[in-house]
Design a protein around this ligand. Sequence first.
Ligand SMILES: Nc1ncnc2c1ncn2[C@@H]1O[C@H](COP(=O)(O)OP(=O)(O)OP(=O)(O)O)[C@@H](O)[C@H]1O
Length: 251
Amino acid sequence: MILTARYLTKIYKPKMAMPWHPEPEPAIDRICFELGAGETLAIIGAAGSGKTTLARVLAGAETVTTGTLVMEGERVDAVSSDEYHRSIRMMFQDPSASLNPNLSIGRQLDSTLKLAISMPEADRKQRVLDTLQDVGLLHEHIDFYPDQLSSGLKHRVALARALITNPKVIIADESLSSVDVSVRAKLINLLLKLQRERDLSYIMITHDREIIEHMCDKLMVLQSGRTIEYGQVEQILNQPKEAYSRQLLAL
Ligand SMILES: Nc1ncnc2c1ncn2[C@@H]1O[C@H](COP(=O)(O)OP(=O)(O)OP(=O)(O)O)[C@@H](O)[C@H]1O
């Protein structure tokens, strides 16, 4: 397994705890799953069900209160956090907001790479060019600024930023929800192509039936921080156990 989650629980501590305040409810509560190489897990749930918290915990941006994450057989706290951050990358939801408008695409990709991996400048430049090509952008795009790119191309840059460290897992938090249908279809095909070529695993937080059906192997349904269904996509789409899942999946 690339990634195994065992009983992940996150309780956000209130900024000012008062003795008469009840203990806060967990944002995620004993979440377990297994993700193999080249597999895709979809996570769905209503607003506030814990999807973003889970994504942030998995991306190493948030600590867990209890529970264990295991990457390729090693507990994540035993793996150096640099290595973990290189291996599990988040693809940002809104590229327009996450890209710096004042920096060229090349500079932004280079600074992400520089932070994650120590390598000579010439090798970094080559990696930036290769990654642009891998996501279907041109070498010339290295000198472009975000505002000069269409929304679809900005999504490719966001993907390039996740891909540039050669990760094993990419987490996409509603990443494709804001693009129009034809652009989304191209991005889905690109993600599938990269998955085949690199044996990449994806965790897709999405409500998009098309993405769930075409891209995902497993599905987890979250409600109030808990897993209420987890299994193969086909099985849950054909026979959801819970009315809540049926509603979310519009079945
Ligand atoms: N930084 C935080 N501090 C305190 N509570 C938080 C924090 N972030 C999230 N929560 C709470 O944790 C619970 C889960 O929130 P989370 O954002 O993970 O859900 P979500 O499913 O991603 O929701 P949405 O779809 O609206 O983004 C909610 O009750 C939320 O209020």
